[in-house]
Design a protein around this ligand. Sequence first.
Ligand code: UTP
Length: 265
Amino acid sequence: MKALIPAAGLGTRFLPVTSVIPKEMLPIGSRPALELIVDEARSAGATEIVIIISEGKELIRRYFAGQDDVKFVYQHGQKGLGHAVLQASGRFGDEQLLILLGDALVTGCNASKSMAEVSAANSGCSVIGCERVPRERVSRYGIMKPSSGAEIAAGNAFALFDIVEKPPVEEAPSDLAVAGRYLLDSRIFAYLADQAAGVGGEIQLTDAMRVLAKEQGMVGREFTGTRYDMGNKFGILQAIVQVALQHPEVKDQFRDYLKQVAENL
Ligand code: UTP
């Protein structure tokens, strides 16, 4: 298995800091979020990690210089996530492809590892990582449509029938949202290339995954940990607090500080 981390986006929701520091490099304690994501890929068994960057995000390249299992591919012109993934197709053969979004940090479990285990137990099938979201927020996410109409028990893997992009609450097929981790068959590149040939606009990873699910079947797997969206201000602040609460050097001091803050609210 090889991993791919798209980190070429513009990060407009986090301006002005992203005009000089990529959002993926914002510090969580003394390490950039992206390094925690690279670590997740490594401990899940990825032998090579390809990071997609763009001009202006060379800080990422400088930071990982010397880590021989980390490689870089440029995306010229930000035409969306699917386009970013497609740029790296030449780097991958027919091995499984683990995609980790560069701005989605998962703490409390190794999401990629648990997906790799589900795949290994199901003849190497493709697996999409997901998280449960409150019903009233389903319209912000890609929502999983399980094959069976039955309720999915927490943490269980399930056969996936389809993914519905940002459904209205009353039409949502579940409360399980696509959460920035995908373990996919290498055929995903062919499906992305088909879209690239057809349209001039954004190339959608979700559309290519829907084809893959129809052709080969796919499994969904709910994480046991928590995902933080590093693309928005609240997400990164939450991640900093969570990581601080587990940090061996500062956790006790930080917990006392938080209690003090809460008392004074
Ligand atoms: P986002 O959807 O958050 O887009 O990307 P963005 O452009 O980075 O951020 P905003 O919306 O302007 O604030 C999710 C992940 O996919 C990467 C991003 O770097 C991020 O890690 N991405 C997105 C690319 O690599 N290329 C793209 O064209 C778009």
